[in-house]
Design a protein around this ligand. Sequence first.
Ligand SMILES: NC(=O)c1ccc[n+]([C@@H]2O[C@H](COP(=O)([O-])OP(=O)(O)OC[C@H]3O[C@@H](n4cnc5c(N)ncnc54)[C@H](O)[C@@H]3O)[C@@H](O)[C@H]2O)c1
Ligand SMILES: [Fe+2]
Length: 391
Amino acid sequence: MSETRKLSSYELVLDPKPAAHFGVGAVSKVGELAAAQGAKSALIITDPFLGASPICAEVRGSLEAAGLAVSVFDGVTPNPTTACVDAGSDAGAAAKCDILIALGGGSSMDTAKGVSLGAVNPERGVALDYSTEFKNSGIPIIAIPTTAGTGSEVNAFGVITDEITHKRFYVGHSSALAKAAILDPKLTVGLPAKATAATGMDALVHATESYISARPNPYSDGIALQVVEMVSQNIVTACTKGDDIEARSQMLLASHIAGVGFSHTGLGLVHGIGHALGGQFNIPHGVALCLVLEEVLKFNLPHRVSRFARLAFALGVGDTAKNDAQNADAAIARIAELVKQVGLKGKLSDFGITHENLSSLANDAVEDAVTNNNPVAPTREQVIAIMEKTL
Ligand SMILES: NC(=O)c1ccc[n+]([C@@H]2O[C@H](COP(=O)([O-])OP(=O)(O)OC[C@H]3O[C@@H](n4cnc5c(N)ncnc54)[C@H](O)[C@@H]3O)[C@@H](O)[C@H]2O)c1
Ligand SMILES: [Fe+2]
């Protein structure tokens, strides 16, 4: 039986994404792009490290040179919380800004989506959930990723942790989709090896989960295979030789187009468990994904043998003399090897997780909307069994 539905049974909307300006040095365009939106007052949304960095100074300089007033909210935390979004929303409302510059990794870009809505609407906390009908459209965003992994610049939702329940939920609205993105590989050169590894593996997981998802399509398939090839060929160099601008360029564009691909398919159980681990234990996103990646892929394997076999060729380990089952095994083995090579092999217990925590983590994972796109719907017990293997 075919592993996926016939294309003739699909209805697809291949929706436009923000114009993405890629190139070494492209960050200098931010002022001109903001002015082209008719903006007069910008609020940069970023984290404390980047807020104090020359990257933020360059962004500010470009905006000011284009005639905009500039203020900065630098209160973004990794795995951003409702408190972080609420503080940013208050800052946005006080600044009376008419454009937001989301500068940083997924945490800053996701926070900016919440702020975009919160600054012009009364909702706060979990009420900024994407299912809310907001009275006012969000403040326009220009997104500038400084990590290569999340692809958050191409979608309209952000993953936020509810401070009270420690569950992750999705803020967002179609108006919170960035109006433009700037992809400047130079900005990612200073990203430390461990963060390069974690964010780069996030992009690989986006492509892999999109490719094996419950509703893949030829548009996202082409993207996913290309991303898997680009990441698997460049992630080790990007980690070990951080100033290799070609490897950085490959990783940044791969991350971006992976985001375009998965916005047409959704993700899967690796992200379902990863979000639960991020929400309850504040583990960095890409690190959390790598903890359970191999075991989730093995769980999904029987439902996607021929797709895993094709992934083997994108990963550079396919062998035409072997059958699909052998190539599929080789694909998973290669992904597991990449996790090791970039230094992200670990156990849940390394983060203080014990058997007692698994039930609550499994509850959050099966309830997460991303898990609906897994090729097969997992039970709570199956999710617990997957996590037991990596405890
Ligand atoms: N919306 C989406 O589509 C989507 C997709 C995947 C992940 N996410 C979310 O994104 C978040 C993770 O984002 P992330 O992995 O990019 O990490 P991050 O934004 O949390 O950044 C990680 C660290 O890297 C530092 N950093 C960022 N850029 C740097 C640079 N150029 N030089 C030096 N240091 C730099 C930051 O200061 C921070 O300390 C998670 O909350 C995750 O759930 C969202
Ligand atoms: Fe992700």
